[in-house]
Design a protein around this ligand. Structure first.
Ligand code: ADP
Length: 265
């Protein structure tokens, strides 16, 4: 009888533990859903005033052009500063919007024929000033005709992210960019000679809001690489890193030309 009572107690306790586990899991899921909803709402709310501030600033600039000249550049330097800060905020808000799109499975791709070399030239043009200012010499090698069915803006976003990181984490050091067509894939390599990333951090940095210990003195939110990986994988490709602390990092993006895994049409 004692044995029977013990078995019954064990079964009851096990069931209670199971119920408790399920309750905690339900709470966790609800908390995650609430966080995602907040993120989505907050980023949408932030986007509207930010766009309005930017537009109004431009309008004021047009009106005040004379005054700005009269202040011998001091006013225009301030304007450049304000624009820079607004752009930084806009970039963060756009990243947060991407996070909420991805978590809600709403990252849609607008596939079209894209020449990756052309996109790369565009992005390099946008970053020319940043490269010069940071003292980073650019070494570029590209194949021509690396054309695939991708989303132009999303591919641009990956390239911009990798390039801005190479400049940010490797100021004063050269940046090498190499684009090739390998069979049914495009392979893009961005190599810097900056601070590098420890082996432990190399996988972590592709997670949401994760940053390497080595970069704690640099600004950032740890979203760019996570978003870039979601885009690359969404297009059937991949993004990986090899790095040695103190020597630099090499990021490799592979994209099937058809936009589908394995390069099938
Ligand atoms: P952010 O740079 O805004 O923090 P990212 O998602 O682009 O966000 O990068 C995540 C982290 O990966 C960075 O915080 C940094 O620790 C590390 N990282 C990314 N690119 C490099 C690089 N080229 N060199 C060294 N560390 C890097």
């Amino acid at each position: 009888l004692r044995g029977f009572a013990k078995v019954t107690r064990d079964v009851t306790e096990k069931r209670k533990a199971e119920e408790e586990k399920e309750r905690l899991l339900r709470e966790l899921k609800a908390a995650v859903a609430a966080r995602d909803e907040f993120l989505s709402m907050a980023s949408h709310e932030l986007k509207t005033p930010l766009t309005s501030v930017k537009l109004n600033l431009r309008a004021l600039e047009h009106r005040a052009e004379k005054t700005v000249e009269q202040t011998e550049g001091a006013g225009s330097r301030r304007l450049v500063l304000i624009h820079g800060q607004i752009d930084r905020l806009a970039k963060l808000v756009n990243s947060l919007l991407d996070v909420s799109r991805i978590t809600a499975n709403r990252l849609d791709f607008h596939r079209e024929e894209v020449d990756l070399g052309e996109v790369l030239q565009d992005v390099l043009g946008q970053f020319k000033e940043d490269l010069d200012r940071a003292g980073c010499a650019l070494h570029l090698r590209t194949d021509t005709g690396v054309v695939g069915r991708w989303d132009r803006l999303r591919v641009d976003q990956i390239l911009s992210n990798l390039l801005s990181n190479a400049i940010k984490y490797g100021p004063g050091k050269p940046v090498e960019v190499d684009l090739r067509r390998l069979g049914k894939s495009a392979r893009l390599v961005v190599r810097d000679h900056g601070i590098g990333i420890s082996e432990r951090d190399q996988e972590r940095i592709f997670d949401r809001f994760e940053r390497a210990v080595s970069s704690q003195h640099y600004g950032g939110f740890g979203l760019g690489l996570w978003i870039s990986r979601q885009i690359a994988e969404g297009l059937g490709g991949s993004i990986t890193v090899h790095s040695q602390p103190g020597l630099g990092s090499t990021f490799v993006v592979e994209l099937p030309l058809s936009g589908l895994p394995g390069g099938e049409e």
